[in-house]
Design a protein around this ligand. Structure first.
Ligand code: NAD
Ligand code: 9W1
Length: 474
C-alpha cells in the first residue's frame, strides 16, 4: 500500500495561505462573541499554565477553533493541529493559523481519508520525533491513533487483519510503517501523554469503553457532559442553525407552514421553538411519553409520523435514532415537501430508498439541495443529502456557542496538567461549569444575586457555589 510520507519538518499544509488575512479578520470579529475564551486569556495569560507543553489538536479547523488554538497558545502551549472531519475545515481559518504561526496546522476542506489520517499523524509528531503532552480530541481519532499504535506493538498480528472500514485501513497502513521502523514507538509516545480532553459524545463513549476494559493509556476529561457544553451544542446551537440551514438551502418562508419535528429531546426542543418563532405550526413525534408530554405542555401537537406525513411542509429529524423518515413516509408526503436531518449524522433519513430506486429521479438544484421525483409523480426536496442540515447547508454553531464549549476545553487542559489523575475518565467539577457560565454572562448586562450565609445554609449550599446538587438536570 502506498501512502503519504510523514514530514514533521513541514510547518503546515493548508488549501490556500492567501486566505489568511480574511481568516484573521474573522477571528478578530469573533472576539466579542467568544467572551469565555477571551476571559481565559486574560486570567491565565501571565501564569502560562501550559508553558512548554506540546498539544495535539484533532478538532474541526474553523474560525472558532482558531480562537481556541490562539487561547491555548497564550497559555504557553506548543501546538500542532488537524481537523477531525474531512469536510469541516474552513480554509481561511486554517490559513490564518498557519500564517500567524499559532500552530503547525494540517487541514483543508475536502481531504480524502488517506490525507485525513496523514494530517492527524502530522499533528501527533513533533520535528524531534516526540509526541504530545496533551491532546484536544473531537471524536477520538487522535486518541485512537495512539491507542491502536500501542495495541499493535503488543499484538503485531493486528497489522495483518482485514479491516472493514476505509478509515481503519488508512490508519493501520500508517501504523505498519511506524512499527517496522520502531516497534516501541507508540508505547513511548503514550507514556509521556498527560491526558486528553474529549469534545463529543462519540469520543467520550470510546473513552469510557477503554477505561472499563482497563485499556486507557492516560487520564481523560469528558468535556461533552458539561452543562455549558451540551446544552449550548444541542439546544441553543441547533435553535439558531436549523433555520439558517433551511433558509440558505431553499429561501423558503417558514411562517404558516406545518413543520414536523421528529424527536423532542434537546435538539428537537430547540428546533421546534425556532420554527414556532418564525410562525410555523409545529407538530412533534416522540416515543418517550415524558418528552411527548413536555411538547404538549409547550402547546405542540404530538402525533405519529403516519399522520404527520400527509400534513407537513417541512420535516426535521432530531432523534439520534435510525429510519425516522423512511421511503414509505416520503411517498405519502405532500408535493414539494422539504425533508432534512439535524440529529444523527446519517441514519435518520432512509436515503437508500431514493438512491437505490429506479423510480426515484434526482434533480440537483445546487450543492446540498436535491429535488427527488418519486414514482407517484410528486417530488420532495432533500437537504444535505439527509446528513446534518446545519453543517451541510449552513456553517455549524455560532461563535458564542463554541466559546462555551471551548472554554470547557481550556479548563480541561489546565486540569490535566495541574492535578494528579488516574487513567480514568473525569468530568469537570460543577464549579467549573458554573465558572464557564459566569464568564459568558459578561457579554450581557446581567448581574446575579449573591447568597447571604443564612440563605446558603437554608439551601444547603456554599455561598460561592456549586448551587445545584450533582444529579440536577438543567
Ligand atoms: P435526546 O436523546 O435528548 O433526544 C432525542 C429524542 O428523540 C428523545 O426524546 C427520544 O425519545 C426521541 N426519539 C428517539 N427515537 C425516536 C423516533 N423513532 N421517533 C421519534 N422520536 C424519537 O438527544 P439530543 O441531545 O436531542 O440529540 C439528538 C441527536 O442530535 C443526536 O444524534 C445528537 O448527536 C445530534 N446532535 C446534532 C447536532 C448538530 O449540530 N446537528 C448538535 C447536537 C446533537
Ligand atoms: N466545531 N467549530 C461544518 C461540526 C461536523 C462543521 C461539523 C464547530 C465549529 C456540530 C461542531 C460547514 C463547522 C463545523 C463549520 C461547518 C460538528 C460535525 C461546530 C457543530 C459539530 C460532524 N460535527 N460544530 N464552528 N462540521 O459548529 O468547531 O461549516
Amino acid at each position: 500500500m502506498s501512502f503519504l510520507q510523514l514530514d514533521t519538518s513541514l510547518p503546515f499544509k493548508v488549501a490556500d495561505i492567501n486566505l489568511a488575512d480574511f481568516g484573521i479578520k474573522e477571528m478578530a470579529l469573533s472576539e466579542n462573541e467568544m467572551p469565555g475564551l477571551m476571559a481565559i486569556r486574560e486570567k491565565y495569560g501571565d501564569k502560562k499554565p501550559l508553558k512548554g507543553l506540546k498539544i495535539t489538536g484533532s478538532l474541526h479547523m474553523t474560525i472558532q477553533t482558531a480562537m481556541l488554538i490562539d487561547t491555548l497558545k497564550e497559555l504557553g502551549a506548543d501546538i500542532r493541529w488537524a481537523s477531525c472531519n474531512i469536510f469541516s475545515t474552513q480554509d481561511h481559518s486554517a490559513a490564518a493559523i498557519a500564517k500567524k504561526g499559532s500552530a503547525a496546522v494540517f487541514a483543508w476542506k475536502g481531504e480524502n481519508l488517506e490525507e485525513y489520517w496523514w494530517c492527524t499523524h502530522q499533528a501527533l509528531i513533533w520535528p524531534d520525533n516526540t509526541g504530545p503532552d496533551l491532546i484536544v480530541d473531537d471524536g477520538g481519532d487522535a486518541t485512537l491513533f495512539i491507542h491502536y499504535g500501542v495495541d499493535i506493538e503488543k499484538d503485531p498480528s493486528l497489522l495483518d487483519k482485514e479491516y472493514d472500514s476505509e478509515d481503519m485501513r488508512c490508519l493501520v497502513g500508517r501504523l505498519k510503517e511506524v512499527y517496522t521502523k520502531d516497534p516501541k514507538f507508540w508505547t513511548n509516545i503514550a507514556s509521556k501523554v498527560k491526558g486528553v480532553s474529549e469534545e463529543t459524545t462519540t469520543g467520550v463513549h470510546r473513552l469510557y469503553q477503554l477505561a472499563s476494559e482497563n485499556n486507557l493509556l492516560f487520564p481523560a476529561v469528558n468535556v461533552n457532559d458539561a452543562v455549558t457544553k451540551s446544552k449550548f451544542d444541542n439546544l441553543y446551537g441547533c435553535r439558531e442553525s436549523l433555520a439558517d440551514g433551511i433558509k440558505r438551502a431553499t429561501d423558503i418562508m417558514i411562517a404558516g407552514k406545518v413543520v414536523v419535528v421528529c424527536g423532542y429531546g434537546d435538539v428537537g426542543k430547540g428546533c421546534a421553538e425556532s420554527m414556532r418563532g418564525f410562525g410555523a405550526r409545529v407538530m412533534v413525534t416522540e416515543i418517550d411519553p415524558i418528552c411527548a408530554l413536555q411538547a404538549l405542555m409547550q402547546g405542540y401537537e404530538v402525533i405519529t409520523m403516519e399522520k404527520a406525513v400527509k400534513m407537513g411542509d417541512i420535516f426535521v429529524s432530531a432523534t439520534g435514532c435510525c429510519d425516522v423518515i423512511t421511503g414509505r413516509h416520503m411517498e405519502m408526503m405532500k408535493d414539494e415537501a422539504i425533508i432534512c436531518n439535524i440529529g444523527h449524522f446519517d441514519s435518520e433519513i432512509e436515503m437508500s430508498f431514493l438512491e437505490n430506486n429506479k423510480d426515484c429521479i434526482k434533480e440537483n438544484i445546487k450543492p446540498q439541495v436535491d429535488r427527488w421525483r418519486l414514482k407517484s409523480g410528486k417530488s420532495i426536496v432533500v437537504l444535505a443529502e439527509g446528513r446534518l442540515v446545519n453543517l451541510g447547508c449552513a456553517t455549524g454553531h455560532s461563535s458564542f456557542v463554541m466559546s462555551a464549549s471551548f472554554t470547557n476545553q481550556c479548563l480541561a487542559q489546565i486540569k490535566l496538567v495541574s492535578e494528579k489523575l488516574e487513567k480514568q475518565v473525569y468530568v469537570l467539577d460543577k464549579k467549573l461549569d458554573e465558572e464557564v457560565a459566569r464568564l459568558h454572562l459578561k457579554r450581557f448586562d446581567a448581574s446575579l444575586e449573591k447568597l447571604t450565609k443564612k440563605q446558603a445554609d437554608y439551601l444547603g449550599v456554599s455561598v460561592d457555589g456549586p448551587f445545584k446538587p450533582d444529579f440536577y438536570r438543567y
